[in-house]
Design a binder for this molecule. Structure first.
Ligand SMILES: NC(=O)c1ccc[n+]([C@@H]2O[C@H](COP(=O)([O-])OP(=O)(O)OC[C@H]3O[C@@H](n4cnc5c(N)ncnc54)[C@H](O)[C@@H]3O)[C@@H](O)[C@H]2O)c1
Length: 460
């Protein structure tokens, strides 16, 4: 089939590439001239495992084309996907300006029946707004051309996006037109061979399904972080509690890891946007407010532990940081907990020596050259001249480190384990002080060694 995708970000680029991989002819269009030029030269703007070779061979075979020419792109596609950003507006609601700009462009250029497929995460009712926008633009042209709008939210995870796209758990279609559903049923047939994955519903339910999925996942994380904060205070180990509850099949082991708070381009903005959607419809979403508040507090957790360790004297200290990306297998730094930590450390007068397997370039792009940030090309080089080590992203390469080398390199060996990757006893036996998230034992030791430091409540 002939497909057009607006937006060559994490969603558009992965979706377009996977559709081309199945034999479709895909034109990806973006307003970012530089990005399109790089893609045309074979440079991949994001790190996503497995994506680069797939883009290369589909591009070489001519099934995957990148352009800034919206008119040509729209003339090509039987289905035109909208996969542009929906960043938070000032009040936290999703900013629809890019989605509606694409809708106008579609209205300006379609020549025959087109299925407009919205993949961006958008407030409930956006399919109607896209439909009105396309219709108004067509009418201004004096053109009478059939089109349908389908809501097709995307559930891929950064870091495993190609796999998610090639083997989706479900394909949600929100549509009121059988004709449009049939076009997409045909397009998605290669992804749907093993068993039926298509879940067809109305547009509003599809739009809400996306927010519901992300809000549920964010809730699980904040719930575990809240429990971790309780565990710490009562002298329990949240890791034992996690195993204890995960064995219940109604709870399960997935997504119940305590840590340094959730980040990324989706959970923070989607929880906030859903809260706004509820609010504008006269409902106060108290649970979502709490999920957000717990997360905001959790992102300060490592700084608080560091501050307590150094009895508030962070000025002149050097902190080694392992991990910068908001999660492993991506270079995405949007809302990454590492950013809050670095920024608070800098405000307190500390220096940072950081290593990340993939996000070094992105970190440099965001922060530029600065004297209090040294981005290192090797994990152990980041320890040189550092007082202590903080691990904030759970990259596989950090899971079995050389503790003897860490101890020998750090000035005052202490490890702040923002993802509970390590056994505290193993770390301590290696002669390194250990601090984890929600591991009561470490807190009790800390309290006795830093009397007088008030431990902030999670809601603060
Ligand atoms: N990143 C994820 O993991 C993920 C997962 C599921 C859903 N989503 C949702 O998908 C949407 C896209 O997210 P993303 O992370 O891919 O965004 P992104 O910021 O990585 O990419 C968006 C792209 O759209 C382009 N763009 C903006 N206006 C355009 C226009 N008028 N015409 C053509 N291109 C245009 C931008 O230049 C950019 O390249 C968002 O709504 C997001 O919430 C993201």
């Amino acid at each position: 089939m002939k497909v057009t995708i607006f937006g060559t970000g994490y969603v558009g680029l992965v979706t377009g590439t996977c559709l081309a991989e199945m034999g479709n002819h895909v034109v990806c269009v973006d307003v970012d001239v530089d990005k399109v030029a790089r893609l045309e030269r074979g440079e991949i703007p994001i790190y996503e495992p497995g994506l680069e070779p797939m883009i290369r061979h589909n591009h070489v075979s001519g099934r995957l084309v990148f352009t800034t020419n919206a008119a040509l792109a729209i003339a090509h596609g039987e289905a035109v996907f909208i996969a542009v950003g929906t960043p938070p507006d000032e009040d936290g609601s999703a900013d629809l300006r890019y989605v509606l700009a694409v809708a106008r462009t579609i209205g300006e250029h379609i020549r025959s029946y087109t299925v407009v497929v919205n993949k961006s995460t958008v407030p409930v009712g956006t399919a109607d707004r896209v439909c009105e926008t396309v219709a108004a633009t067509l009418s201004a042209r004096g053109a009478a051309i059939d089109f349908d709008v389908v809501s097709n939210p995307e559930f891929l995870k950064e870091g495993d996006a190609v796999n998610d796209c090639m083997r989706p758990d479900r394909i949600v279609l929100g549509a009121s037109s059988d004709r449009a559903v049939e076009v997409l049923r045909k397009l998605y047939a290669p992804f749907n061979r093993n068993h039926e994955r298509l879940v067809v519903m109305d547009e509003r339910s599809a739009e809400l399904t996306k927010y519901a999925a992300n809000a549920m996942l964010a809730t699980k994380i904040s719930f575990m972080n809240e429990l971790a904060n309780i565990a710490e205070r009562v002298g329990a180990d949240i890791e034992l509690v996690r195993h204890g509850i995960g064995t219940d099949p109604r709870i399960g082991h997935h997504f119940i890891y305590p840590g340094a708070g959730y980040g990324g381009s989706c959970f923070p903005k989607d929880v906030q946007a859903l809260e706004r959607i509820a609010c504008t419809h006269g409902y106060r979403a108290r649970l979502l407010e709490a999920v957000k508040a717990v997360n905001v507090a959790q992102k300060s957790k490592l700084f608080e532990l560091l501050s307590r360790h150094f009895t508030g004297q962070l000025s002149g200290r050097t902190i080694a940081l392992w991990g910068l990306a908001f999660k492993p297998n991506t270079d995405d730094m949007r809302e990454a907990p590492s950013r809050r930590l670095m920024e608070t450390l800098w405000s307190a007068g500390a220096q940072v020596r950081a290593f990340d397997p993939e996000a070094r370039k992105e970190t440099r792009r965001i922060y530029g050259e600065r004297t209090d940030l040294m981005i290192c090309d090797d994990a152990y080089a980041a320890l040189e001249g550092a007082d202590v080590l903080v691990v904030i992203t759970e990259w596989k390469a950090f899971r079995s480190p050389d503790f003897a080398r860490i101890r020998a390199t750090l000035r005052t060996p202490a490890l702040f384990d923002g993802r509970n990757l390590y056994d505290p006893l193993v770390v301590e036996e290696a002669g390194i002080d250990y601090y984890g998230i929600g591991r009561g034992r470490s807190l009790h030791e800390t309290q006795s060694s830093s009397a007088g430091v008030r431990y902030p409540a999670a809601s603060e």
